[in-house]
Design a protein around this ligand. Structure first.
Ligand code: ADE
Length: 233
């Protein structure tokens, strides 16, 4: 029996999902509200984790340990690192990396977490395929599959953006995806990160982000609903 854990960092990223839950039940753990129910017929648990990788990892592990989810999806907004990804476009993760993880001085490649056998956490093939189809149904011709780079930083400088691209070759940057991917990897459960672009992660981001945050967040939530429908079939 599938049970999908859905994580968004901000209220605007999860509110339409929570509003669409049937047979809704709420439990609070470590200060976050976990909404159990069915979404498009699929058993799900939706949580607003708060911003950043620690908040995201905490909620992802609680979803695994306390709610026994079988799959994880991270929905939300991101800054584009890719010329082809414009504001409002969608990104399905092929994999996810911590762009701010650096043990270079003691011999590890950039982004590598010592002790793990991967540098980038690979997303699940089936979830990727279903998420791509779901994204295309919401915004046809505007979906890319690629790498997500996460760190505890809002990126709004060209030089920082260029450094992240050089280090990771990622398509977008945000602040939770790799943490959720990391937890999914350790728990051996399938995951995918789904993001809608809210800004270009450069000096236009401070203007664009507040303008496009809600539009992008709701678009991504709509894709997540389509993904739940597809997973149920
Ligand atoms: N989420 C949306 N835009 C972002 C950016 N520019 N940096 C980090 N996280 C983001």
């Amino acid at each position: 029996m599938k049970k999908l854990g859905i994580i968004g960092a901000m209220q605007v990223e999860v509110e339409t999902l929570v509003a669409n839950l049937k047979e809704k039940n709420c439990r609070t753990v470590a200060g976050s509200d976990y909404y159990e129910g069915t979404l498009e017929g699929l058993p799900v648990v939706v949580v607003q984790c708060g911003i950043g990788k620690v908040n995201a990892a905490l909620c992802a592990q609680i979803l695994c340990s306390e709610f026994a989810v079988t799959h994880l999806v991270n929905t939300g907004v991101a800054g584009s690192l890719d010329r082809d990804l414009d504001i409002g476009d969608l990104l399905v993760s092929r994999d996810a990396v911590h762009h701010d993880f650096d043990c270079g001085p003691v011999g590890y490649p950039r982004c590598q977490v010592p002790g793990l056998d991967v540098l980038a956490f690979p997303a699940d093939e089936q979830l990727m395929a279903l998420a791509f189809t779901a994204a295309e149904s919401v915004n046809p011709g505007h979906t890319k599959v690629g790498r997500v780079a996460s760190g505890d930083q809002f990126i709004s400088r060209r030089d920082v953006k260029a450094e992240i691209i050089a280090n990771t070759q990622a398509c977008c940057t945000e602040m939770e995806g790799a943490a959720i991917a990391h937890v999914a990897y350790r728990n051996r459960i399938p995951f995918v990160v789904l993001r809608a672009i809210s800004d270009k992660a450069d000096d236009s981001a401070e203007m664009d982000y507040p303008t496009f945050e809600a539009i992008a967040a709701r678009r991504c939530a709509a894709v997540t609903m389509e993904l739940a429908k597809a997973l149920c079939e």
